[in-house]
Design a protein around this ligand. Structure first.
Ligand code: LRH
Ligand code: MN
Length: 426
């Protein structure tokens, strides 16, 4: 389903006056404080987030899955659905594939289709947490960490194959997340598991093309419930350093034990030049993979505050990969993703309002209250007119979800694909 420029202009006509009013008011008060509003609009418009190919259908849990109707059951349909989100938000210009869930059959056709939607291929994800049909070796007791060399070799070969698939699509990075670990004390020798993992990752790192990156994603638990080999940022950082200059740490917001100071982890990884990117989502308890900013919006803002400082001061850290990693149990996946995109843009815009020089000076003076006032003033600014202006600047919708519903996109998808179409993924 394609949304035309005319449909967008028609929709925007209704809200343009109210938008102009709120934007002009905000822009004039920000300019009075010396803020370069045009620069912020450009940064927001250039900020593209990759949509996970595994999160375009209804997710589920072991307790059940409730289909959403009109789900994409092919990679082509998934790219079309991301095309809908991108034409409305103008900030979803990339897709992140999970292999083997989404192996392209016709690479040129897939690339052409993505190009027709202004979508590029971001990081590809390997999968050594499930056994594939007629696979010789099983990952039941781990993959890159497995005590069996045959299993480790199979997993290394899979990751190299994923890199080759990504290369054909124009992707420039691979994300490696390992479920490897143990469910009971005594089950694993921690040192053997970590050493095997390090040696295996080094082999994959060696296979990477020169201009590629490998993102090492950490997670404290699930599906293993006693130990996970790559359990935290420190282990991921250590492995990235052991592998070499093309390896970086990937921060999935849901992969932290309660009350972890994620913004401090982000600032440390940036200072050391080893922050590769993000899997954005939110959570209240575990790896809930729910809508970005729906539980802890202030924490997300504090993370972007460190990112804005780091992007200004840590030139040794490469450009970051921005990806969503969420699962939708009760909401329309496309509406949920558009809400997540809005929350990410909102946190970034607020962080761009922080006067980093003024903050650094107040920190130098140990003026604690002033430090708080500087960041909280930014956080308490309603930046929605800036997000709308950035979307309008690139031909998007003033209100993406309102337009999505006005066009009854889900209804049309159900008509075309039926109620029971199932999307591959989680
Ligand atoms: C693991 C994870 C990883 C993906 C998977 C879909 O929890 O975050 O990034 O491979 O979700
Ligand atoms: Mn993830």
């Amino acid at each position: 389903m394609k949304i035309s420029k005319d449909q967008l202009q028609d929709h925007n006509k209704k809200g343009i006056n109210q938008h102009k009013e709120s934007f002009d008011f905000l822009a004039s008060s920000l300019s009075k404080n010396g803020i370069q509003v045009d620069e912020i609009i450009t940064k927001l418009a250039d900020f593209q987030v990759a949509i996970p190919s595994w999160a375009l259908g209804a997710g589920g849990t072991r307790f059940g899955r409730f289909s959403y109707g009109g789900e994409p059951s092919t990679l082509e349909e998934k790219i079309d659905d991301i095309g809908v989100i991108h034409s409305l938000t103008q900030t979803a210009g990339a897709i992140s594939l999970h292999i083997p869930w989404d192996i392209p059959k016709d690479y040129n056709a897939i690339k052409e289709l993505a190009h027709s939607h202004n979508i590029v291929f971001d990081a590809v994800n390997s999968n050594t947490f499930q056994d594939q049909k007629n696979a010789k070796e099983s990952y039941k007791f781990g993959s890159l960490a497995n005590v069996s060399k045959a299993v480790r070799d199979q997993a290394i070969e899979h990751n190299n194959d994923v890199v080759d698939i990504g290369e054909k699509l124009g992707s420039k990075s691979i994300t490696v997340w390992l479920a490897d670990g143990s469910c009971f004390p005594g089950q694993n020798n921690f040192q053997t598991a970590l050493q095997n993992t390090q040696d295996s990752l080094k082999e994959i790192h060696t296979h990477l093309p020169n201009d590629w990156k490998m993102f090492i994603e950490y997670k404290p638990y699930e599906p293993n419930f006693y130990s996970t080999v790559i359990q935290d940022w420190g282990t991921s950082f250590m492995l990235a350093n052991a592998c070499g200059e093309k390896a970086f740490s990937l921060v999935d917001l849901g992969h932290h034990l309660p009350n972890t100071n994620i913004e401090q982890i982000v600032s440390t990884l940036m200072l050391k030049g080893k922050l590769g990117g993000f899997h954005f989502n939110d959570s209240k308890y575990g790896d809930d993979d729910i809508t970005v900013g729906c539980i802890k919006p202030y924490a997300l803002f504090l993370i972007f505050n460190e990112l804005v400082y780091g992007m200004e001061n840590n030139k040794n850290n490469p450009d970051l990969a921005w990806m969503i990693d969420a699962s939708h149990n009760v909401k329309d996946p496309l509406e949920d993703l558009m809400q997540s995109l809005e929350a990410i843009q909102d946190a970034y815009a607020k962080a761009l309002l922080v006067d980093q020089k003024l903050l650094k000076a107040a920190q130098q003076d140990n003026d604690v209250v002033k430090c708080q006032e500087i960041i909280q003033n930014a956080y308490r600014t309603d930046v929605r007119p800036l997000l709308q202006q950035a979307r309008l600047a690139r031909g998007g919708a003033i209100n993406p979800i309102e337009m999505y519903r006005m066009l009854d996109v889900r209804g049309k998808l159900i008509q075309k694909r039926g109620e029971n179409a199932i999307a591959t993924g989680l």
